[in-house]
Ligand binder design. Structure first.
Ligand code: COA
Length: 342
């Protein structure tokens, strides 16, 4: 009998879903039939949340309701803030996030099991996850937690909760686009893990916890921080080519390149490359972007390998001045939209 084993889930029908679809040859990603490039250009994260959960874009009234619901659910209950503070003293942000997502189940006000209750739980998790990340950062640096504001969208509210300062609307929109781009990606490892948990009829929080746990690894969400470490190690654009060649000669991987599905440009990486350049210029530090461009040129010269979603995200987050160990939790904050939809 021929060996039909593929890598990962290749050739395996694990689920059929309309939530998202990837065409790895064409470099296309669709959320409920909508091209990610169009969503990145025109949709907010809140619209994307509605799209992933209802499989159609919201009307103006539905969007208003989604925004209001997510805003109302974004505050963290006191026991959760206390837990985050305790964990922040002794462990990292992904462990804290995983534990906080699990603990949030105990504070969920819904006691019924129904599709409507699960949708409410999903929106609660989506709204709270960025706030858990921001609160962790505030508390570990000795600052007080910041309450989300009534008048800001989710992206702006995260940046506000992190810094205590209202972000420039253009910067908030760039961050909003990053959230849109990371909101879902079919049956990647963390979504698959979440689906396995949900398929046993474990609850929404259990499934979300399994997904966060799976995202933690350096070959999944941890790759963004790996890219940043690489950029630090390279140090300046003129060292990029030699560094890449030595790395490949030693048969080691270059983080932020390659993908199980895309065998061409990841459509998200092209958008993120523009954002990285724009934010670098805005904040007067294009070093991360400049090194990244040279790394990309050197990798593509040596091998047919394209940057994946995580490659330019490292430069985007570096330009925003975000601590590298928050990159993976921010991936989770965006992907919570997709995990819960699945
Ligand atoms: N750096 C160097 N070489 C790489 C590479 C990378 N980042 N990614 C893949 N390759 C190589 C493989 O070693 C393989 O080489 P070979 O043919 O000489 O054996 C070839 O490219 C084809 O690999 P492929 O089968 O397409 O990749 P995969 O499906 O096994 O792995 C990843 C996919 C994502 C796990 C892998 O590309 C990787 O580890 N990338 C770095 C981590 C990362 O950025 N993760 C985030 C993903 S969104």
């Amino acid at each position: 009998m021929a060996d039909t084993k593929g890598k990962g889930l290749e050739g395996v029908v694990a689920a059929q879903t309309r939530i998202s679809d990837v065409d790895g040859r064409q470099g296309k990603l669709l959320y409920a039939g909508y091209d990610i490039a169009d969503l990145a250009a025109h949709a907010s994260f809140e619209e994307t949340v509605h799209l992933l959960h209802h499989l159609e874009l919201p009307t103006a009234a539905q969007l208003e309701e989604t925004v209001a619901t997510l805003r109302a659910e974004s505050g963290l209950d006191e026991p959760l803030v206390g837990l985050i503070g305790t964990l922040a003293e002794r462990t990292g942000p992904m462990t804290t996030l995983r534990t906080a997502v699990s603990a949030a189940a105990a504070l969920d006000p819904d006691d019924e099991e129904s599709a409507a209750a699960n949708l409410r739980r999903a929106y609660r998790l989506i709204a709270k996850t960025p706030q858990i990340v921001a609160t962790y950062q505030r508390l570990r640096t000795g600052a007080d937690a910041v309450e989300p504001r009534e008048d800001l969208g989710m992206a702006a509210n995260f940046l506000y909760a992190l810094t205590g300062k209202e972000p420039d609307p253009e910067v908030a929109r760039d961050f909003d686009v990053v959230l849109v781009l990371y909101a879902d990606h079919t049956l990647n490892a963390s979504t698959f893990a979440g689906r396995v948990a949900a398929a046993t009829l474990a609850d929404m929080y259990a499934a979300a916890t399994a997904a966060v746990a799976t995202l933690q690894g350096p070959l999944h969400g941890g790759a963004i921080e790996g890219v940043r470490q690489m950029l630090e190690e390279i140090g300046s654009p003129d060292r990029a080519r030699d560094w890449v060649r030595a790395r490949l000669a030693a048969k080691q991987k270059v983080m932020g390149f390659g993908h199980r599905v895309y065998k061409t440009w990841d459509p998200r990486a092209t958008v993120l490359r523009d954002i990285a350049e724009r934010l670098g210029r805005r904040f007067g530090d294009t070093r991360w972007f400049d090194i990244s461009v040279r790394v990309q040129e050197a990798v593509m010269e040596a091998k047919t390998l394209y940057p994946n979603v995580d490659f330019y995200t490292a430069s985007v987050y570096s330009a925003l001045g975000l601590p590298p160990d928050l990159y993976n939790p921010l991936f989770a904050a965006a992907r919570m939209a997709g995990w819960t939809a699945h």
